[in-house]
Design a protein around this ligand. Structure first.
Ligand code: PLP
Length: 431
């Protein structure tokens, strides 16, 4: 069962937590029990594949709710790509999470959630997922749900405000994905989605749900990454004092890593790397959590001023800043430092970082102590931020085939004004 971090909502089973996303008291769902895996499992991680290790982790969390065969299919379909560990320099490894369909790490969470939602709502008629995006979330969700039976996705994005590379990743898909180009800004898109969930007539006419990043089905599967990182270090004979550094925005990815540790994964300590949005960093220094509006940076997927998963971390450590500090330290980097880091790492090692990974690499390099081995998550392919990265290194960045294929697709988007009436009418015509 799952409880709410706000403590004022009834407990929910997995089905409810996945279909509803947020608890009635607007808290985040947390599993009542974090299962511990046996010591022998960790000793032999390196002997199994990414899928096999992940399936054991998935069974521990979801095995009581989903039949074994179905869960095995969900995990296998989700992990359609590898997450290799690459040595950048002695003792520092990049865990590359960007080999999925949209070249950013949110693919695993989105794919897993799509399949869990289908499992729980299959046979109940059409389910409609509404998602507002400023860029990356829309592409991960759209691609994660692409071709999944019984589920339609409507991606709302602000006209002219997402990069051409991002736009083509959710406007060229067709099938069960519809892109809505809203004549407004991101906040207008989000307001339309919120209004739709509150509209009685609309909700009576069609089944609406969100694919929010706070959904347990999106954040928990990210734990797979950390077991796989450790497995690869074991294969290399480097699984000693391991440090894990995660470039963080809403802190879902880091939170999944912390769950991994609670399950027994022997990671010694963690580093949360931030861009100039340093609310968590300051929390570590002062013990006070003071959210504030986000500022724009080169690592824009981490431009978050009030990280939604802080509530989960706070809860996981019993609301104790000291307990959090014992496991997690932090780093925060301004745009100029991000640019310097990309340039310096590329010229010294030949490894090309993206702006998010650059925060992770730098925080790890500055924080690693003698005798430790560290890995940081490289959360996006540098080509996703082609213009930025090219301007920094003064060289062209090749576009991977998968990204180029998106760019050759034909853009199909429905233009809509930002008023709710038009959006509601559009949905009702498609009930
Ligand atoms: C979403 C995202 C992040 C931040 O992840 P959180 O789980 O929100 O902390 C970092 N890098 C990239 C490329 C992302 O898309």
């Amino acid at each position: 069962m799952y409880y709410s971090t706000n403590g004022k909502a009834p407990r929910a089973d997995l089905r409810k937590a996945v279909v509803k996303g947020l608890a009635e008291d607007r808290g985040l769902y947390m599993p009542e029990r974090i299962p511990q895996l046996p010591e022998a499992f960790f000793r032999t991680l390196g002997e199994r594949s990414f899928v096999d290790n992940s399936l054991e982790v998935a069974k521990a969390f979801f095995g009581e709710d989903i039949p074994a065969e179905e869960l095995s299919r969900i995990v296998t379909e989700t992990l359609c790509f590898d997450c290799p560990l690459r040595e950048v320099e002695p003792g520092i490894y990049a865990l590359e999470l960007f080999h999925g369909p949209t070249l950013a790490f949110k693919d695993v969470g989105a794919r897993f959630m799509a399949r869990l939602l289908r499992h729980f709502t299959g046979g109940e008629g059409q389910v409609n997922v509404l998602v507002a995006t400023s860029g990356d979330t829309g592409s991960a969700v759209a691609n994660g749900f692409l071709g999944v039976d019984g589920i339609r996705v409507f991606v709302l994005y602000p006209k002219g405000k997402v990069s051409p590379i991002q736009e083509c990743q959710f406007t060229t898909l067709g099938k069960n994905i519809t892109a809505l180009e809203i004549d407004g800004v991101f906040d207008d898109c989000q307001a339309l989605v919120k209004a739709a969930f509150l509209d009685t007539e609309l909700n009576a006419a069609m089944r609406l749900t969100s694919a929010n990043s706070i959904n347990v089905a999106r954040f928990l599967p990210q734990a797979f990454y950390y077991f796989w990182a450790y497995a690869q270090l074991q294969r290399l004979g480097k699984a000693g004092k391991v440090v894990c550094c995660v470039p963080s925005g809403n802190f879902g990815n880091l939170c999944a890593a912390l769950f991994g540790k609670r399950m027994g994964l022997p990671i010694g300590r963690f580093i949360a790397a931030n861009n100039a949005n340093s609310v968590f960093y300051e929390f570590l220094q002062t013990g006070d959590y003071r959210p504030r509006p986000s500022v724009q940076t080169l690592a824009n997927a981490m431009d978050v001023g009030d990280p939604s998963n802080f509530a989960r971390i706070w809860d996981l450590y019993g609301k104790s800043p000291e307990a959090i500090r014992a496991d997690i330290s932090g780093g925060t980097y301004a745009d100029a430092q991000i640019a310097d880091t990309i340039r310096d790492c590329y010229s010294r090692t030949g490894y090309l970082l993206d702006p998010h990974g650059a925060c992770g690499y730098r925080a790890l390099k500055e924080g690693l102590q003698p005798g430790e081995v560290g890995f940081f998550c490289e959360t996006a392919h540098p080509a996703k931020f082609k213009d930025t990265v090219e301007a920094i290194i003064g060289e062209l960045v090749a576009i991977p085939e998968r990204l180029a294929a998106f760019m050759q697709g034909e853009k199909q988007a429905v233009p809509l004004p930002k008023d709710f009436g038009a959006f509601k009418q559009f949905l009702l015509e498609r009930r």
